[in-house]
Design a protein around this ligand. Sequence first.
Ligand SMILES: Cc1ncc(COP(=O)(O)O)c(C=O)c1O
Length: 398
Amino acid sequence: MSTTLSTRMAAVKMSPTTALFGKVEELRRKGEDIVSLNVGEPDFPTPDNIKEAGIRAINENFTKYTTGNGIAPLREAIIEKMKKDNGVTYEMNEVAVTVGAKQALFGALCAVAGEGDEVIIPIPCYVSYPDMVALAGAKPVLVKRKDDFSLDLEAIESAINEHTKAVIICTPDNPTGKVYGEDELKGLSDLAISRDIFVISDEIYEKIIYGENRHKSISAFEGMKDRTIVVNGFSKTYSMTGWRLGYVCGRADVIGAAVKVQSQTTTTPPSISQYAAVEALCGPQDSVELMRSEFEKRRDFVQEKLRGIPGVICHEIQGAFYAFFDIRAFLGKEYEGYGIIDDDTRLCEYLLEKYGVAMMPGSAYFAPGFVRISFASSMEVLKKALSRIESGLKAHKC
Ligand SMILES: Cc1ncc(COP(=O)(O)O)c(C=O)c1O
């Protein structure tokens, strides 16, 4: 008998975004003026038609447990959406509603990977993927992406062995803003088919996409429907982070297993949110475009400003609402009161403490030498933040 924590928990970290959130709150309590660019949620309210559908659900007493895989009208609406947007037709038992996209990811991982299995994660990556793989009992295998953040298919192929069960991709991507092109997705799908592995495709930012870039789901390639597990949700597209609703689509046995995980942990997704989500998918979509176009204006501003700081390298932000930029030119330099700053984490601490701007260090995404900012804030806030970042970066001594 032992009162120590489990060995599985030793492999799991607290989300670094949550940790930074705590530090920002502490500085604000002390009266500091902090501009926060670390939060990954849209700053818009949930659209009125969706809120009203939620209120109606409460008034009509849809306030109880639902079926474990979600209410039928919502799964039907998801099937229609997937047919229209992804060009893939699912049956009712191939779709499940989940408690946020996170529960969809965790359920999918538990469904296909466990003790002795490996899951390949191209890095930089969303902070939670490696920890979720570890929580499922499997081993995360991190594989670097190319310098422009496209997939390094050769490196992925070399990482595949007899233990590999899946590759996780995210497009449009958090943290890099990359949207994978058809060719690289086709390359990955050929690899998945020839090496008989799953692809977990996180498409939660699919509607937040800029310029000529187009979202393509890897599930649409021939032979991929049954080996792709598509994860999506309402948090980003419809600004519904607090409603905690996502969904997962894939082969019936995989979805059945993901639902078992959900049923034994959270029972069902929230009933009120599910009725609101039917309205989100079936009601007018103009708010989606309004938010997207506002994000695009901010993307243009942030990208231009960052590129205007000599030494910063910022690739084209193709989707999502993050800028992920290279600050290696600012490391190894002396900053007043901080001595020589050698890494992105320390540089972020300096910019937070001395210039009052909170950003996520690239190391949190397995990309040391980079910084991630979220532009899900008003233009006014972004202007203030970018000017502080520029002043802070330029303030080194040599
Ligand atoms: C890439 C990615 N996947 C999944 C999630 C989780 O979304 P949800 O709020 O639906 O759980 C996030 C949230 O930041 C994300 O950035």
